[in-house]
Design a binder for this molecule. Structure first.
Ligand SMILES: N[C@@H](CCC(=O)N[C@@H](CS)C(=O)NCC(=O)O)C(=O)O
Length: 377
């Protein structure tokens, strides 16, 4: 690309020089001072090179920096929240930690940037962060405008929560209700669509972040609140009396939540997808953080995963052959991450879309879930 740009500039300037040299004095209407062509060419070439700069890959950038910058959430229990020691922890955060382990050998070589819903597009587009892992729905326009969505880490859908005292048991009973919702979310857009399509006549009030939405709802400013069902579970458990609130059955949208990387770096995009595949296949093969074999087991898929036999493309991406060992020791497999952060909230996995699709070869498969990744081979 740089070479083409520089060649084009040189060609244009050379043509200009030839033209200037071939023009007779008689043809010149108003003689201009002769340009120093050589100096101009040199200056333009320098400018073109400085413009595009040496192309540093995201992997090189992260390794030079020594830290992975990951946009996340710090207000959503289970997914990304501040623990008692002031650290941001959660299901989404563990994916950032897994990528830090894969590329830097250390899950803690991580800078987490708490980001509100509305800030997500701008931070992704600026290129200032390496990845975002934050209860974020993969949509077609975000895929075009924000960056590349790797794949789905958690399948969700939008739901509603209302005080039990309201006496409603279905979403359709919320007709004419006032609803609190967060700005800059798919939630806000889906809510309006649903209201229009079903004549719900919702009175919608929007808030800039989750805390403000939750405070307004619990303070009685709205009849109900809406967000991803997982977000409702998380929010409900933080309310003064969770039992006084009901999450209504049903969903009004598809919310596939997953990580995003900046556009334009295939290697980096593939690395994040590969790390997710490592987490998923480690669970499928029964490899857990407390028992990561470091010598050949005789089970070919396990040995390949752990870099003990053959390859699944990890070195081609600039990763260590034993990258999966580091990742699994650091954060565990997908199932361990789920158990650590989402099971305590009561977000059941068994029989849900967030179960594994299969652990082939198997006799009891497919297991019915949708958690799946490109086979590691
Ligand atoms: N998945 C939806 C909603 C994501 C979202 O931001 N949800 C809210 C409510 S659960 C949230 O996490 N807010 C946290 C905050 O902004 O502090 C999306 O991607 O737009």
């Amino acid at each position: 690309m740089n070479r083409f740009k520089i060649a084009a500039i040189i060609t244009a300037l050379f043509a200009f020089a030839v033209l200037a040299a071939c023009t007779s004095p008689e043809e010149t209407v108003a003689p201009a001072p002769a340009p120093d062509i050589e100096a101009t060419v040199e200056a333009r070439v320098q400018e073109a090179m400085a413009d595009s700069g040496p192309e540093t890959s995201r992997l090189e950038l992260v390794r030079e920096r020594g830290v992975l910058v990951c946009a996340g959430n710090d207000t959503l229990a289970g997914f990304g929240f501040l623990d008692a020691d002031g650290n941001i922890r959660g299901f989404d955060v563990d994916l950032c930690r897994a990528v830090a382990a894969a590329v830097l050998g250390d899950p803690d070589a991580l800078e987490l940037r708490p980001t509100t819903a509305a800030e997500r597009g701008p931070v992704m587009q600026s290129g200032e962060i390496d990845m975002m892992s934050r209860n974020t729905t993969w949509t077609s326009s975000r895929d075009v405008q924000w960056g590349n969505f790797a794949q789905t880490m958690f399948y969700d859908g939008q739901g509603f929560m209302a005080p039990t005292s309201m006496g409603v048991s279905t979403i359709m009973e919320l007709q004419d209700a006032s609803i609190c919702v967060q700005q800059g979310t798919t939630t806000e857009l889906n809510l309006q669509d649903f209201s229009n399509q079903n004549g719900m006549n919702f009175a919608i009030t929007t808030f800039p972040d989750n805390v403000a939405t939750e405070t307004a709802y619990s303070g009685g400013q709205c009849d109900a609140m809406t967000t991803d069902r997982s977000g409702l579970v998380s929010t409900r458990q933080g309310l003064a009396s969770p039992d006084d609130h009901i999450i209504l059955p049903g969903t009004i949208s598809e919310e596939p939540l997953g990580p995003v990387v900046p556009s334009g770096d295939d290697q980096w995009y593939d690395i994040v997808k590969m790390v997710m595949a490592i987490l998923i296949y480690a669970e499928a093969y029964g490899v857990t953080s407390d028992d990561v074999p470091t010598s050949v087991t005789g089970n070919t898929p396990v040995d390949r995963l752990l870099g003990l036999e053959g390859s699944f493309g990890q070195e081609d991406l600039g990763l260590d052959v034993t990258v999966a060992q580091t990742v699994i020791k650091s954060v565990g497999n997908y199932g361990e991450i789920y158990e650590r952060h989402l099971a305590p909230l009561g977000i059941a996995r068994e029989g849900s879309r967030n179960a594994l699709w299969s652990a082939a070869p198997c006799t009891d498969c497919p297991k019915g879930g949708q958690i799946y990744a490109a086979p590691l081979r």
